[in-house]
Design a binder for this molecule. Structure first.
Ligand SMILES: [Zn+2]
Length: 223
């Protein structure tokens, strides 16, 4: 092939590769709905005076272990190959992020040469008031290591950012963050590239007395 033909061929391959990633991400968004992690077309009463169309229940991801294995495989499929190659530790905040990190670390090794050192896992314990923390044992494991931080859902991005700060303070290098579902409302950056499997921005919520679904007589969705 001529130089231009090689370039054209590479371009076609790159596009089909990107299309495949888009397909995986679209499929994941549908599956999040199918597994009732994400409910998009309801009329939900959040119990705080607000109503809205979208409800997110991350517990559904972990109720059946096979569900999280499935989404973890998809997440690995959309992450850049170089990232998968460099990752030495997968860390995530309890409970959902830690379960996901544990699964991702295990699955990563199933895609690598058996002669490589196994991928480590580290859980951040999350305190309702103080936020995420990491035990001394795990802090020691992170020294000089490339760390991928994962979570089930990214809301404001604050949890991932705090986890990243902890990894750096322990002497680890945060190479990326990733999550199964990004609400697209992040206001805080973890200082590393972020890769969502699925993303969807929630439509606005309404005060119960100004709710258009109520006005239209739509029944409250039970979940
Ligand atoms: Zn309503």
């Amino acid at each position: 092939m001529t130089g231009t033909a090689v370039e054209a061929d590479l371009q076609v391959r790159l596009e089909s590769f990107m299309n495949r990633k888009d397909e995986i991400r679209e499929k994941a968004l549908k599956e999040l709905q199918q597994f009732q992690v994400l409910m998009l077309d309801g009329h939900f009463d959040f119990g705080n005076g607000y109503h809205g169309r979208l409800y997110l229940n991350p517990h559904q991801l972990f109720r059946y272990p096979s569900t999280i294995w499935r989404f973890a495989q998809d997440l690995l499929d959309v992450l850049p190959a170089s990232l998968l190659e460099e990752t030495e530790v997968v860390a995530g905040p309890a409970t959902g992020g830690a379960l996901l990190a544990h699964t991702v670390a295990g699955l990563l090794d199933s895609r690598r040469a058996i002669t490589r050192s196994p991928t480590m896992f580290a859980p951040f314990m999350v305190d309702a008031y103080r936020g995420p923390g990491l035990s001394r044992f795990y802090r020691q494991q992170l020294v000089g290591k490339n760390v991928l931080i994962v979570d089930d859902v990214r809301n404001t991005g604050q949890t991932l950012a705090r986890c990243a700060t902890i990894v750096r303070s322990a002497g680890g290098k945060v190479i990326a963050t990733a999550e199964l579902y990004d609400r697209m409302e992040a206001t805080t950056d973890a200082g590393a590239p972020n890769f969502p499997l699925a993303e969807y921005k929630a439509p606005e919520n309404y005060h119960a007395d100004a709710c258009p679904m109520c006005a239209a007589g739509m029944a409250i969705t039970k979940f």
